[in-house]
Design a protein around this ligand. Sequence first.
Ligand code: F0G
Length: 351
Amino acid sequence: THQWRGIIEEYRDRLPVSDTTPVVTLREGGTPLVPAQVLSERTGCEVHLKVEGANPTGSFKDRGMTMAISKAKEEGAKAVICASTGNTSASAAAYAVRAGMVSAVLVPQGKIALGKMGQALVHGAKILQVDGNFDDCLTLARELSENYPVALVNSVNPVRIEGQKTAAFEIVDMLGDAPDIHVLPVGNAGNITAYWKGYTEYAADGIATRTPRMWGFQASGSAPIVRGEVVKDPSTIATAIRIGNPASWQHALAARDESGGAIDEVTDREILRAYRLLAAQEGVFVEPASAASVAGLLKAAEQGKVDPGQRIVCTVTGNGLKDPDWAVAGAPQPVTVPVDAATAAERLGLA
Ligand code: F0G
């Protein structure tokens, strides 16, 4: 009879809500923290995966969206808008349904995974494919929200960050203290900002004795923070983090510097290697962008930058089912057999 109530009810005293805020929830959060055996062996550390693909719409965006849509409803909004590489739009569309609102989403033409497009469609979002990249979509969404009656629910909306910081709370609540290092993929840089806020709040209140070093990883073709300049034409197979001018750039730098952390890059090849390792050796199916955190950890370990014995949490941000093309690509076609046990056994190598 007791189920997780969603991040607003579970962490109400740490979020900017009141008794009169209408709580729009799909009971997001409360996601698994899974010990990663193979990664632990490879690094000599105690590695955990925070599996955010277990959220209701399959990504961490739901933590921010329950807050953004609840606050928008409280303020009387009838419609919400976002720019998205896919996951934000899927989440906004679902939570807008719960709130009885209209959702509008702006996505870069041809650059979002099919599963995410399907989610926005089936939840009834009004979708515009923009002839541009995510950064162009965000510029357009901001302009529309300033001039028309529609609330912006991107992570430039500070209540999104408030909701997303609860993932750090869950980790500390689960482990008893903050880890030594927290690793995550970086795109628009809202999530690294949110985790850092969560960790610092818990440390300030004495719930954690310390804060972790924050390690963020961008895809090499979309690594403006690493390069120190805007990337005009970002590219990567990890479409979720194909972003050239992150909105929370300065906050990401602050998280890095205040935590004694690092922001580095991983190649698409490294991302796909980590993607396959997670699925084939840890049993956790994530989308490519999510594997950037694990790719980064493995790269750092190979460079000798990971001292053994540390406790490390990698956030894997989105579910693999959203973008299954990369699971199928390059894999052998399953063979077809007749309804015959002897043949099946032979093909399975059992006989
Ligand atoms: N991982 C996934 C699966 C994402 O969808 C995103 C961002 C990130 C990582 C990066 O997080 O932007 O806070 O640094 N997706 C956004 C979207 C941009 O529109 O769904 P970030």
